[in-house]
Design a protein around this ligand. Structure first.
Ligand SMILES: NC(=O)c1ccc[n+]([C@@H]2O[C@H](COP(=O)([O-])OP(=O)(O)OC[C@H]3O[C@@H](n4cnc5c(N)ncnc54)[C@H](OP(=O)(O)O)[C@@H]3O)[C@@H](O)[C@H]2O)c1
Length: 227
């Protein structure tokens, strides 16, 4: 049975990918800071034979190293590493944005993502598996004043560079680039957006392709409303 490691698994896209990964036959290692939510998800997914909860702040290298050690101890391999933890801004733009929020966001969205790739890399490489980075449509287009978007441009650039670093190893690197998804990322419901289930379905489709099929980018957005 293959192992799917997910950061940011306590909520939104990460939690839904965990559900669909288990349904697709994976064991899942669930990492985030909210241990209570992870423990509930482990129970929902059938307990420690199928899922484990790992307390991890992705901006902390020691936490991420421990995350990998716990995953290997429980399941013995990492076939898919999904660097998904992330957060947005508390106030828009540069003039009115909050520098402390930017620091946390940059450390989570960029540094945390790169650390996840780094600590998982030898194991994913051994499995000839996937490293999936959650970028965003916001990392492909210009969004007026968006510091969040800039963190996702960094993820886009890093993902492309990592892909080059791993070319010829059989390891695949995918940038997952959702448009708006209705998750707790936002304070209010987004009825016109994708659901986390929509994103998870596409991602599971992608990582279950045979070894000769590579999918460098997965851009998934809501269909524009019919006029
Ligand atoms: N929703 C959208 O429209 C959208 C669109 C494109 C891309 N994305 C990206 O998709 C990813 C998931 O977002 P979501 O929409 O599913 O939002 P969400 O429901 O708020 O989930 C964010 C997840 O990240 C975790 N997280 C945040 N900071 C962390 C840290 N320092 N260490 C470990 N985990 C941390 C949170 O867990 P804890 O708080 O428990 O640690 C939570 O599990 C993010 O990278 C986001 O930027 C979202």
């Amino acid at each position: 049975m293959k192992t799917f490691l997910i950061t940011g698994a306590s909520s939104g896209i990460g939690a839904e990918v965990a559900r669909q990964a288990v349904a697709a036959g994976y064991r899942v290692a669930l990492a985030a800071r909210s241990r209570d939510k992870l423990d509930s998800l482990v129970e929902e997914l059938g307990g420690p034979q199928r899922a484990i909860a790992i307390s991890c702040d992705v901006s902390d290298l020691a936490d991420q190293e421990a995350m990998v050690a716990e995953t290997l101890e429980a399941f013995g391999s990492i076939d898919v590493a999904f660097a998904n933890a992330g957060l947005g801004t508390t106030a828009p733009g540069t003039e009115h944005g909050d520098p402390e929020n930017w620091r946390e966001m940059i450390l989570t969205n960029i540094y945390g993502c790169i650390l996840t790739a780094r600590v998982c890399l030898p194991h994913v490489r051994a499995a000839k598996g996937w490293i999936v980075l959650t970028g965003s449509r916001a990392g492909r287009v210009t969004l007026k004043g968006s510091v969040y978007g800039a963190t996702k441009w960094a993820v886009t650039g890093y993902g492309q560079n990592l892909r080059e670093e791993l070319a010829g190893t059989g390891t695949r690197v995918m940038l997952l680039e959702p448009g708006m998804v209705d998750t707790p990322f936002f304070d209010t419901p987004k009825p016109q957006a994708l659901t986390a289930g929509d994103v998870a379905r596409a991602l599971i489709f992608a990582v279950t392709q045979p070894p000769h099929v590579d999918i460098p980018e997965l851009l998934i957005v809501p269909t524009p409303p019919v006029e």
